[in-house]
Write a protein that binds this ligand. Structure first.
Ligand code: SF4
Length: 82
């Protein structure tokens, strides 16, 4: 299947099984059975933040952490450990 334009009207009104079949066809044409994976590493250089989002459980105050910033050695350790 080549590139094609699908109208909004079609997307809103087509039966779900038909949409799923078309989505699967487009996916298979574009990527077949290839999967990609990218390992992410989160290295929080600090837990201090100038914002104060009420939902945040990450940011803290300097008095609540032993050191405000990760040391270069700790950063390297996290990088190599992954
Ligand atoms: S969510 Fe937490 S870390 Fe993110 S900006 Fe808000 S207070 Fe800062």
């Amino acid at each position: 299947m080549g590139a094609q334009t699908i109208s909004t009207n079609y997307l809103l009104n087509a039966p779900l099984p038909e949409l799923l079949e078309q989505a699967a066809t487009l996916r298979d044409c574009g990527h077949a059975d290839r999967l990609s994976y990218s390992r992410k590493v989160f290295i929080p250089l600090t837990r201090l933040c100038r914002d104060s989002c009420s939902y945040c459980t990450f940011a803290t105050t300097p008095s609540k952490v032993p050191t405000p910033y990760l040391s270069p050695d700790d950063v390297l350790k996290d990088c190599t450990r992954g």
